[in-house]
Design a protein around this ligand. Structure first.
Ligand code: G6Q
Length: 519
């Protein structure tokens, strides 16, 4: 158990450093970890070298690297011992293992080969339908939406001319209507993505769009593509222009680099662009797998997060990209982290006696500076911040305005915020006082291109996985989303019973709400 490790006990006795006193230029220059094109600046975390030693000892005692090896080899990790649970390998990394001689174990090789076949199918599909569609609508929700959407938006600077991608996820009819009003359906490809093939929102939205397509006198079979699990209720190639597959061993929130994201990303970036994302993700997978603990980027990030969560007892983490392109990336990270590590039992089914995943939230900087940064600097809760930044912009256009470019202004703001949080400011006026000593770290890369984005995606996936390994929780199931879903289905029967004058199983608490709606 996490709290029984010797390193945990030593860490509890450690005194965090005071950044307002100890942050120096030498500290900033010496606390940098480099890898896969990224620099992780972590001088502004409240760790001393002793604390770091104990954090690495914690990783060692919890066999974090060994568990990463087992995960990427395809061992069954998605399981809770002693109670009914999922019971699967976790092989999203195999989806992008397309670039080197595979040295991993048989299940991972087999998964990578399956992915290669689907990729080939996609390449042929894109070639065959080249120029036929101007717009693509992806219908899906949760893992079948957030990652692909965040990536497509992040790479809009690289979209092929004349290709646009849209997403419908919410079962709110206005979500579908606003997208449908923005496209010419005659030239639109609709990709329906549901691993289970049973998700209420997705199936409803599929039918919603089919109705509109039929009303226009178009043949849905010429416009609809499916991405689903083999033998799922959606696995019916006769209804689709093409069907692509995803497997049990790829979790929804880890599926952006599988066929779940491949069709929309391949459409807007071209097949080569999508492969660049895979290459970047694969490079980070190999790094997480092979880099030793002290030079392993996602492991260090995981450990710093554990220090902030379990020892400084900080409840939330702000993820703030200084890049407008990463507009929806915090939403993806929210799902990735909170659905993976928002757990209250460990892998043996015992109640965790310690805090697990924090609340994750964020928005791009500098926009956030003009809203919630007030609380980050002067609020009563300390919020550790994970900043992301890029040396260069995506587009080639930038202008010197008052002697500096916009990119320089963006980076100045990023560094200023990190320093301000750490150092604070003394002032006789208490309202202008900044206490400082607030932790943050900066992940910096050259430019947000497809390769870098793939690596960034995988960096966060592995950070989350390492934290789960160290806490000894199952980061790969999501039982916590089931109860609400099940109750919604029960309530839906009351709506339909009303329309058909039929009967529904009594549910007084929900009926009370429906009565007040007076529908
Ligand atoms: C992610 C979750 C969840 C899932 C959606 C959509 O890890 O499992 O967000 O992706 O519920 O599921 P389907 O793809 O099966 O429609």
């Amino acid at each position: 158990m996490f709290t029984n490790t010797a390193a945990f006990k030593r860490l509890e006795a450690q005194k965090p450093i005071d950044l307002s006193v100890e942050l120096t230029a030498e500290r900033i220059e010496s606390m940098v970890l480099k890898g896969v094109g990224f620099d992780l600046y972590y001088a502004t975390e409240r760790v001393s070298s002793d604390i770091l030693d104990d954090l690495y000892a914690l990783a060692d005692e919890s066999h974090a690297l060994e568990k990463m090896r087992r995960m990427q080899a395809g061992e069954v990790l998605n399981r809770i011992e002693g109670c009914e649970s999922e019971n699967r390998a976790v092989l999203h990394t195999a989806m992008r293992d397309q670039f080197s001689d595979r040295q991993t174990a048989a299940p991972a090789v087999e998964a990578a080969e399956k992915a290669a076949l689907e990729l080939k199918k996609l390449e042929r599909f894109l070639e065959k339908h080249e120029g036929k569609f101007t717009d693509l609508i992806q219908i899906g929700i949760g893992g079948s939406d957030l990652g692909p959407r965040a990536l497509c938006i992040a790479l809009q600077a690289f979209w092929r001319p004349g290709c646009r991608v849209h997403f419908i996820s919410n079962v709110d009819p206005d979500d579908a209507s606003s997208v449908l009003n923005a496209v010419d359906l005659k030239k639109t490809l609709v990709v329906v993505v549901s691993k289970s093939g049973t998700t209420l929102e997705t199936l409803t939205n599929e039918e919603f769009v089919r109705v509109r397509i039929k009303k226009m006198g178009l043949d849905p079979k010429e416009h609809f593509v499916a991405v689903t699990g083999e033998k799922s209720p959606m696995d019916d190639p006769s209804r689709y222009l093409a069907s692509f597959y995803i497997w049990d061993f790829v979790g929804g929130r880890y599926s952006a680099t599988s066929m779940v994201g491949a069709i929309s990303l391949g459409f807007c970036l071209g097949f080569h662009g999508f492969k660049e994302i895979l290459r970047g993700a694969h490079a980070m997978d190999l790094h997480a797998l092979t880099a030793s603990a002290r030079v392993n980027l996602p492991l260090l990030s995981a450990l710093l997060g554990i220090w902030n969560r379990n020892f400084l007892r900080l409840r939330t983490v702000a993820v703030i990209p200084y890049s407008q392109a990463l507009l929806r990336f915090p939403a993806h990270l929210q799902q990735l982290d909170m659905e993976s590590n928002g757990k209250h039992i460990d892998k043996s089914g015992r109640l965790c006696q310690f805090s697990t995943g924090p609340v994750i939230w964020g928005e791009p900087g500098t926009n956030g500076q003009h809203s919630f940064y007030q609380l980050i600097h002067q609020g009563t809760d300390v919020v550790p911040v994970e900043f992301m930044g890029f040396k260069k912009s995506q587009h080639p256009y930038d202008y010197e305005i008052q002697n500096t470019t916009s990119q320089e202004k963006l980076l100045s703001n990023l560094f200023a915020q990190s320093i301000a949080l750490a150092v604070g400011q003394k002032n006789d006026n208490p309202n202008k006082q900044f206490i400082g000593n607030r932790p943050s770290r900066i992940l910096m890369a050259e430019r947000l291109d497809p390769f870098t984005l793939g690596a960034l995606l995988a960096y966060y996936e592995h950070k989350v996985a390492f934290q789960g390994f160290i806490w000894n929780i199952n980061s790969f199931d999501q039982e916590g989303v089931q109860l609400g879903k099940m109750l919604a289905t029960k309530i839906l029967f009351h709506f339909s019973a009303k329309r058909t004058k039929g009967k529904a199983e009594p549910f007084p608490l929900a009926e009370a709400y429906l009565k007040m709606l007076d529908l």
